[in-house]
Ligand binder design. Structure first.
Ligand SMILES: *Cc1c(COP(=O)(O)O)cnc(C)c1O
Length: 375
């Protein structure tokens, strides 16, 4: 079959689809030997109960896989509601094939070419992609370098739904409930707080639910729960919002194995409290290392660090960040570099790995500082 590009086939597609740029995920190298600190995965294994639950679900011969999964992920909704308390019930929960699925459902239900969806910049770069897939209208609000929440501009925006990532990516900066309330006090649209990194933070927005029915909180099991490969995320929202999202999702959007794995993971909070503590300790030690080097680094409440490297002459900037990225890459240490905007181009985003991985990273950065090529 011909795989040559065909303008005739592309012209059959909707014009906005023909022009789309896909989301760029971080590299997932297939060969061994990399220190992988580029996609904020958990450096530790999930709870041992996850593998047990998967084996139980598959059974001797995998016969259960003949059957469709629970279409609403019912038991998982109940487990999520119970986990978070605060008077939440199953009616406040919807499960997605990763939280990306949830974000997509929100855009599908609330955004068109007339009804804008808004987001801050920088933040999770999937939001614009999801809006563009729908040919939706975008409202983008840029941070200042301080990265404090521009709550007045958000509250007065025309967006039907507005996405705030807290703690934010790629900076790691968290927004307090007091600041989120400055938006919620007057904003009439749907405020989506993407809390992918909340387990590593000091505060989360769940206590605000009782007061603000237009608040939606999105969570994932990909980061703190070490299950990026299983694809489970969820939203907490008013039952009316959950009902709307249920109408626009795929009927069997979460597989049997994913549901079983997620229920098992959420059933082992003590295990996860332990690894989250370790990651936070490694994060804070790594952050102190960059501060000691004199590198400007945002205070992180996530499982990654956004730091502005300085070369041996004490200079920072996009060329220096690129040089550090390239040197690390050449030494098989993978971090993330976002060159396309002035607010991010002088920085590296480094996922928090094990202490041993962070030692390799810091030794490699020392070698970069000694290299002649450090820009
Ligand atoms: C990682 C991440 C997600 C994606 O989570 P999945 O559940 O793996 O789809 C969503 N939002 C933010 C801000 C993230 O960093």
């Amino acid at each position: 079959m011909s795989t040559a590009p065909s303008t005739a086939l592309s012209s059959l597609a909707l014009p906005h689809v023909a022009k789309l740029h896909a989301y760029t995920p971080g590299l997932q190298p297939t060969e061994p030997g990399w220190v992988k600190l580029n996609t904020n995965e958990c450096p530790y294994a999930p709870s041992p109960r996850v593998a047990e639950a998967l084996r139980r679900e598959i059974g001797e011969d995998g016969a259960s896989l003949r059957l469709y999964p629970n279409p609403k992920s019912g038991p998982l909704r109940a487990a999520v509601a119970q986990l978070h308390g605060h008077g939440l019930s199953e009616q406040n929960v919807i499960i997605g094939n990763g939280s990306d699925d949830i974000l997509n459902l929100l855009i599908r239900a609330f955004c068109t070419s007339e009804a804008a969806a808004g987001y801050t910049f920088p933040s999770y770069s999937l939001y614009p992609v999801l809006i563009e897939i729908q040919d939706g209208k975008k409202t983008v609000i840029e941070f200042e370098r301080s990265m404090t929440l521009p709550f007045e501009r958000i509250a007065s925006s025309d967006a039907r739904a507005f996405f705030i990532t807290s703690p934010n990516a790629p900076t790691g900066v968290a927004f307090s409930n007091a600041h989120l309330e400055r938006v919620l006090a007057t904003y009439k649209g749907l405020l989506v707080v993407d809390e992918a990194y909340a387990p590593f933070a000091e505060e989360n927005a769940i206590p605000l639910f009782a007061k603000y029915p237009n608040l939606v909180i999105v969570r994932t099991l990909s980061k703190a729960h070490a299950l990026a490969g299983i694809r489970v995320g969820y939203a907490l929202a008013h039952p009316e919002i959950v009902g709307l999202l249920d109408r626009v999702r795929d009927s069997y959007n979460v597989s049997r194995l994913s549901q079983a794995a997620a229920v098992a993971a959420l059933g082992d909070p003590a295990y996860y409290a332990g690894i989250v503590q370790r990651i936070k300790a490694t994060r804070d030690a790594t952050l102190a290392n960059y501060v000691a080097r004199g590198w400007f680094t945002y205070p992180s409440q996530a499982n990654f660090i956004f730091t502005e490297p300085k070369n041996a002459r004490g200079e920072s900037g996009p060329a220096v960040a690129k040089s550090a990225y390239d040197f690390l890459y050449a030494n098989k240490v993978l971090v993330r570099y976002f060159p396309s905007h002035a607010l991010t181009a002088s920085f590296l985003r480094i996922s928090v790995g094990t202490d041993a991985e962070m030692r390799v990273l810091n030794d490699t950065l020392d070698a970069w500082l000694q290299a002649k090529t450090n820009a």
